[in-house]
Ligand binder design. Sequence first.
Ligand code: G16
Length: 542
Amino acid sequence: MIETVATTAYDDQKPGTSGLRKKVPVFRQPNYVENFIQSIFDTIGDCAGKTLVIGGDGRYYNREVVDIAIRMAVAAGFGRLIVGAGGILSTPAASNIIRRHGAIGGIVLSASHNPGGPTEDFGIKFNTANGGPAPEKVTEAIFARTQTIERYMISRQAGVDVDQIGSTRLDQTQVEIIDPVADYAALMETLFDFGRIAELFGSGFRMAFDAMHAVTGPYAKEILEKRLGAPAGTVRNFKPLPDFGGHHPDPNLVHARALYEEMMGEGAPDFGAASDGDGDRNLIIGRGIFVTPSDSLAVLAANAHLAPGYSGGLKGIARSMPTSAAADRVADKLGIGIYETPTGWKFFGNLLDAGMATICGEESAGTGSDHVREKDGLWAVLLWLNILAARGQSAREIVEAHWREYGRNYYSRHDYEGLDAEAANGLMEALRAELGSLPGRAIAGLEVAAADDFAYHDPVDGSVARNQGIRILFEGGSRIVLRLSGTGTSGATLRVYLERYEAAPDRLALDTQAALADLIAAAEAVAGIRARTGRDAPTVIT
Ligand code: G16
């Protein structure tokens, strides 16, 4: 039985950098979830006979929303639903399934690296037929629809048991509950030399992978321990929990501190890695060395040809604007295109679809390739393993050799979280107003060469995205970027990105924060962070 339910619009359902992210109590308001899902379906238009993928990262409220999404998709007339067993699908696995099964798109439930629980974060995003996050014109259409919605449709038939792998018919819809891992693991086998990586593990190579009680656990267990023969216990915290064990499933140096300490300590394993809530981010730590996401992108791009899936070379590299320019040097050397996009994986979609880029990366711990249309945490880890196995060197040796060859882009991001939104917006507006007068001025001893508010002109569809972050470029190539996060769920988060390039052989092993000290001072001087936000120090330094 399909019921049409009258509803009233909410005015705050505007998707951010990566879908609609709010606190669980917000999603629990009457019809809040239903309004958003119906707005997605109304934006798709005719859903009859089409295929839709549904899954999420297993966080608190995932099961309830999977059930609602299935019922509403049946009411919308979809022909086939593909749902991860237990309501589980990592973001990259969902992207792969959409592509592999010719789905019109997917509903992916996640708030990524944000904490989970009854008062914590939840999120809904829509991915389109290419497997990637919906581009801005689609998210804007969904948002517009949420503003005028007056009804939604839902099936009141008995639902399906999402824990039971199998296929059930509900009205005209075939609902398939699938193993969330199988298709993804098969894809990884086509890209990497599993035999060689297995030999590495067979030779006594030790690895620590922290799944942070999030979605990657079952994927990492299957691939690393079962298929590649890593010793049992290599994958830690592998059981996805609705509250991630009370932690933030954020693979950075704050929330994966224990792994970092271990990798820097006596008797550290050879290689350490972690992934986030929905499995699209990665953290890479070699024994005695943290590899910044920007460096990781550059090293992976320079060595990708060592993995079978990339042996033919790369078509191009894309990075988000705040990501360091380390990858640009690799692209120059390889003689391939380098593209600078705004923050948000959705901006890579066109470049990947058009065959202009093969590998993409972001400073926010995201790396991926054209194998799917999302960033992919485990993919990055497997490419690293493939490279380690092929080169027979440690991660540290590889990174240091990379710096010797290309120079080093010292890089750090300072986040000021939970700011008063007005104060944060005021800071950005004041900076914007000053941009024209900055070039030629000296700030904290550094001369400004150029300053702008980044605008992206998509070379594929000609669309323009403005106000994507303030860039202050200094003589000599150092820079500061300031922007407000588009993924937070309370107040505002100011991100300050700092970068300095060094090529002198005796200046490649400096302490990162010390190497960036004058840029940190310049950011404070130009933006007045302390005075405007009342904060003396960043909340998180990565
Ligand atoms: C999302 C986006 C990324 C972006 C990151 C941070 O990642 O997919 O492209 O870099 O947020 O965005 P912001 O700086 O606006 O907070 P995830 O892993 O949270 O989905």
